[in-house]
Design a protein around this ligand. Sequence first.
Ligand code: GDP
Ligand code: MG
Length: 446
Amino acid sequence: GKRINNAVNGALSNSKDDYTTTVDIMLKTIVTALLESDVNIKLVSQMRNNIKSKLMESKTASSSVTNAQTKKLIQETVFDELCNLVDYKSDQPFQPKKRQTNVIMFVGLQGSGKTTSCTKLAVYYSKRGFKVGLVCADTFRAGAFDQLKQNAIKAHIPFFGSYTEADPVKVAAEGIAKFKKEKFDIIIVDTSGRHRQEEELFKEMVEISNVVKPNQTIMVLDASIGQAAEQQSKAFKDSSDFGAIILTKMDGHAKGGGAISAVAATNTPIIFIGTGEHIHDFEKFSPKSFVSKLLGIGDIESLLEQFQTVSNKEDTKATMENIQQGKFTLLDFKKQMQTIMKMGPLSNIAQMIPGMGNLMSQVSEEETSQKMKKMVYVLDSMTKQELESDGRIFIDEPSRMVRVAKGSGTSVFEVEMILMQQQMMARMAKGAQGAGGMPGMGAMPG
Ligand code: GDP
Ligand code: MG
């Protein structure tokens, strides 16, 4: 993301009057960055062409496009194009109904996160008033049932499985029968994802599916799988015709570009993402957040959601009100920092703040926490007037930065970095206020 923005800035200052060259340079850099994030090469080149023709159109429409306008246009176009790719809307999204049996079957390669995601989904529905049961139809791996059982017990979800039965089809059928009889609303069937031979695995999926007759089949995909996502999801689609994807391990370094190919290759939406090993590390999929992460620009929506769950209600209220009015002061930024420090695992959270993902991704948790403490010292050294401002006061009077740097034992550069981040948040707040969404890549100042 930062790389993309830097490239955009660089290209603009280098060739001020040659629109086409500028656009080409920018596009080339964006293309490279997307390929590095595992976005499929066909999709990237398609997108490149779309963007280029849109940009050329706008050039003809207006003969005097400024560099700033070009930059904004490119940023918005890239963001929108990526959102379109990943925001696949199915005609009939699955909605479980209470007081009838809804069967959900999980498929996906071993290790992708099926067993973990099964429990997360069970908790999700159970919180919404459904009676949910888990069935372990993985008889291939010793310990598979124990794993599901432990997860289920922790989450207080009823479960079914067998230590002795070797046939997964039989276990699945028994589990369904039991929970059906007990009038469960949702029965989630976990499968193995492994076999001595791949063909056997797909055959097994078909057999289980024929018996459990799922109302929804979900494929679980590891975000770090990269380019292999396309082949893998196609293979599962052929045998299991899943109707939804859960993308796991989005908390790691993988940006999940491969998932875009999975969506495109199977015409299937991503419905949830896994963001950690714990039951609650589970979020509804949001195309905008996904693309923001892919481009490394931070994600105000999920940040605010997390922020609300942890922080002091009164503080949050004031900040939320500010954001709704399109404002984000240094004080909001400070409160947010303090909340984030309470929230822990820092590396997770920090990635959601604009600019922080890049800043923090290469360092240890301890370093991250040190950096954040420093940021709070800087903010502590500001006056009330400064904190309640939009930050421009520092640009008008740079001597204030020197004073704050001295007072906090940091450097002017560090103060500037913080101001820059607050400015990014302020821009996002402004964008979020208007369209009800975030403004995409227009987050970098300049
Ligand atoms: P399965 O073989 O498909 O059933 O996969 P599991 O559910 O057993 O998960 C494999 C490993 O990935 C386990 O160590 C999980 O804790 C881990 N895992 C699953 N989902 C996530 C996730 O969203 N984030 C992280 N960091 N780890 C995950
Ligand atoms: Mg499993």
